[in-house]
Write a protein that binds this ligand. Sequence first.
Ligand code: AMP
Ligand code: MG
Length: 493
Amino acid sequence: MTEPFASLPFDNSYGRLPGKFYARLNPSPSSAPYLIEFNQALAKDLGILEHFGDPEATARLLSGSFFPKGADPLAMVYAGHQFGGWVPQLGDGRALLLGEILDPQEVRYDIHLKGSGPTPFSRNGDGRAALGPVLREYLVSEAMHALGVPTTRALAIVTTGDDVRRETALEGAVLTRIARSHIRVGTFQYFYALGDHAALRQLADYAIDRLYPDCRSADNPYLAMYEEVIRRQAHLVAKWLQFGFIHGVMNTDNMALSGETIDFGPCAFMDEFHPAKVFSSIDRQGRYSWGNQPHMAQWNLSQLATALLPLFHEDENEAVSLAQDSLGLFSQVFNQSYLEKFGQKLGLVLSDEEDEAFLGSTLELLTKHKVDFTRFFHHLTQYAQDDTHKGLEALFANKRALANWQGDWQARVARQVSSPLERHKPMRRANPVYCPRNHQIEAAIQAAYRGNFEPFRRLHAVLQSPFTPQAGCEDYEFPPSEDERVYATFCGT
Ligand code: AMP
Ligand code: MG
């Protein structure tokens, strides 16, 4: 079969690593691939738009039903700590790296199909994905990008024409995901656990060349790379907290070395604020709650350090001491980034312990009065510009508690050197009007299963400009009513 338009300018590097890094295999074809969504803007940015043909050819290509010339499909192997428990071998069980491309700036990206059929790492899974979780990942990852959070991107959704069996039979789909790389903390852990230090070094050299080339010239390139990963993760988690995002499954196999948010499973943006909020139905201990995410990132990074010890120094004690010194960077970078971001949200420069206490009491106020996180900061942004704005009052049953807080806030603002205008711009950029609320996502998914993709498309469109109020989109600002509330999302994705 000739499909002249469905091809991509692949330039594959991971497949040049030794065979123990992956299993090479072809995706399983789908019986009736159909293109639901294609991210034209992303394809254009990546410089690959002209390589896609008509929707039918694109659907075959991005469901794995047609192998373009130059593709080198492979499933990557990795290990990981899942909810703290060690699993020596995981790997891409329902995903394949189709190949890599270079964008016009020569930045290398993975083109990855999720839901493309079983692999040697599928264990008992079917290697498939249901349409719902694919829509969820598309919406949330693209919304994260619009919010300015580093993340993998979504290029396309193709339905397969084949049902997948979950609790019921659901329509199957494949997501095309784009990432700077799919190397995970768990990829390093896999080779460390095998005692294969040569492979560990090869992987680290590959990661440095691909993601952190500046580290090559450092005295200790592996330690320099490790510190760069720490910095990126610290900034990333601070951004998650800034927008009320809960990843849900911060296992070491779901932490990318690139510092991109990856693997959107039971993730969510909080409606009413509570620091201990979780969404994953299996996270009963609150391990990955909103407020515990910095600790968990640090824990994962300490696991990465353990895996990299043989590369840090030949003397183990020396290696451990280097790793410990570096890990200290996390809280330093995180705290600074967190205070900076919440300072922007509050329209204040937070610089000392008293400021931190004020931030703490603000979050306590939101917790105690069950206030919607996104709406609170959105209305504060408007109130900061015009103190007759009454939006905050509507969020509090207890008006006196709000008035007391407003008094404190006004007093702090009065002490700041910045002008209202200087304050307001960063506030607007720190406080979105819209975020992907779980009940909206759920409604879009349910409509899609009934064949109506309009709610998905509307929600996606609104989330592309999260900081700008959009006429006729007021519905998307609001938290769920009691009967729209979604309490948990599930891992059976
Ligand atoms: P996750 O929690 O989605 O990051 O997945 C954890 C591991 O389970 C990874 O190795 C996945 O590839 C694998 N996995 C998840 N769902 C499936 C599935 N439907 N079929 C095969 N493997 C799966
Ligand atoms: Mg995963």
